[in-house]
Write a protein that binds this ligand. Structure first.
Ligand SMILES: Cc1cc2nc3c(=O)[nH]c(=O)nc-3n(C[C@H](O)[C@H](O)[C@H](O)COP(=O)(O)OP(=O)(O)OC[C@H]3O[C@@H](n4cnc5c(N)ncnc54)[C@H](O)[C@@H]3O)c2cc1C
Length: 427
């Protein structure tokens, strides 16, 4: 256990997103489940809350006066090629799992960034890049080893403590600290994917065409569109300064014919083509970080003509907004605590620090299309209020999560997160 002033103490709390600074009372840099158990028991004895951080991509509230468990050294990983599964440690990032599984012709259901941590992703439900083909990544978890607030390590699955297993796949760190997961992999066969870029001046035309195109795509096609406007400032490389761009990303696990109508629009660059599944995180080109961005999200019921016009009218630098098409396999019944609640698109607003008002204005103007719900995996520091956290779950899921929280963490030891208070009233 590290205490303030010890070597490595300050660094252990630093992460990808630098909008939150932690001032914990103690830090455990865990290498195994026993370290996590020791830290949880220590925190309970001292009457302190427990915080967990792997990469810091999904920060919520400062871990002040808490016992912070840094899992980044829990890097165990075994692949069972015959079963098509992997057992992965809590400190891994998706890029680690991709590298270890690719030689076996297998791949995990990861998201847009290889740098995101596996357990933050899976406990938030995990919206993979192939979401319309495969559904949430949480639905491809076979079992979890989880340390609960009583300091026990439990192996949970559909047949062992199924309610806890369900809650941990969507409820983020609220019900315990996951130390290891057994995940089902997919074949890393050839798929079709890439990015088509258009000048920002064509944003309305491209976005209208994209909206129409998404309406006729089969479940084998997942996609997103990002609208980017860069300010004309000397700190930026010349090729970005004052420019705006529309990027459409397509991932097709079918025959690759989907991109035809988008290509017919005449993009200024186009990387769409055959590629191995394992190359999937190269498509989005997410920043390696660290960053101080202001991140907000929403779920939209539609991307109709008026929504397109509203988005385009608000495209003023600095602007970085992504829309991901939902539906497909995401709408099938599943046994985890995450759902899109019927939304058609996920909206992710990624503004630089200082542009908070612009982000709020955009969300306000998009309110007619906003379902009011959110995805737990896309809650960040602006969403730490439990009333906002509640929006990330259907009423049924939230009630079940509160029941699990009451049973396994009645004292709310795990509260340095997007918190589900055990005493929360269930309507
Ligand atoms: C650039 C970028 C791209 C992204 N792309 C996608 C995407 O394509 N799809 C998607 O679904 N999400 C995506 N996300 C969201 C991401 O999945 C969440 O922010 C996730 O929480 C990050 O996990 P982490 O471990 O990297 O971050 P951390 O900040 O270390 O952890 C975030 C939270 O996850 C929980 N957590 C972490 N580890 C554990 C554990 N061992 N046990 C229990 N709880 C734990 C805790 O609540 C913790 O506060 C993206 C985020 C970023 C910044």
């Amino acid at each position: 256990m590290l205490h303030p002033g010890d070597d490595g103490f300050d660094e252990a709390g630093e992460g990808w997103l630098r909008t939150v600074t932690h001032r914990p009372a103690a830090v455990m840099i865990a290498t195994c489940a026993e370290d996590v158990v020791e830290a949880v028991r220590f925190a309970v004895k001292e009457g302190r809350p427990v915080a967990v951080q792997s990469t810091g991509h999904g920060v919520s509230v400062p871990a002040d006066d808490a016992v912070l468990i840094n899992t980044s050294r829990m890097r165990h990983l075994t692949v069972d090629p015959a079963a098509g599964t992997a057992r992965i440690g809590a400190g891994l990032r998706w890029e680690d799992v991709i590298a270890a599984t690719a030689p076996h012709g297998l791949a995990p259901l990861c998201g847009s960034s290889g740098g995101v941590g596996v357990m933050g992703f899976l406990t938030g439900g995990g919206l993979p890049l192939t979401c319309r083909t495969h559904g949430f990544a949480a639905g491809h978890v076979r079992s979890l080893d989880i340390v609960t607030a009583d300091g026990q390590v439990r192996t949970v699955s559909d047949s062992r403590e199924p309610e806890l297993f369900r809650a941990a796949r969507g409820g983020k760190g609220n019900v315990g600290i996951v130390v290891s997961a057994e995940i089902v992999l997919v074949p890393s066969r050839t798929i079709y994917g890439g990015l088509l870029a258009f000048p920002g001046l064509r944003a309305a035309e491209v976005l209208h065409a994209y909206g129409d195109w998404t309406r006729v795509q089969p479940d084998t096609v997942s996609s997103s569109v990002t609208l980017l406007c860069f300010p004309d400032v000397p700190q930026l490389p010349a090729e970005f300064r004052g420019r705006s761009v529309v990027q459409v990303r397509v991932i097709d696990t079918g025959d690759g014919s989907s991109a035809g109508p988008l290509r017919a629009l005449g993009p200024e660059s186009d990387t769409f083509g055959a590629m191995p599944y394992a190359g999937i995180t190269g498509i989005h080109q997410d920043p390696k970080g660290p960053v101080t961005s202001h991140l907000r999200s929403a779920l939209l019921r539609d991307l109709d003509g008026d929504a397109v016009e509203t988005l385009v009218a608000n495209m003023v630098a600095p602007f970085n907004v992504e829309l991901r098409q939902l539906g497909g396999a995401l709408d099938r019944p599943a046994s985890h605590a995450v759902s899109t609640q019927g939304a058609a698109f996920h909206l992710w607003v990624r503004m630089p620090a200082g542009a908070e008002e612009q982000a709020a204005t955009l969300l306000e103007r998009l309110r007619p299309w906003d379902t009011g719900a959110m995805l737990p995996g896309f809650l960040f520091d602006a969403d730490a209020d439990p009333a906002r956290v509640r929006r990330a779950y259907s009423a049924t899921d939230y009630a079940r999560l509160v029941a699990v929280k009451r049973r396994y963490d009645p004292a709310n030891v795990f509260r340095i997160n997007h918190n589900i208070p055990p005493g929360d009233e269930i309507i």
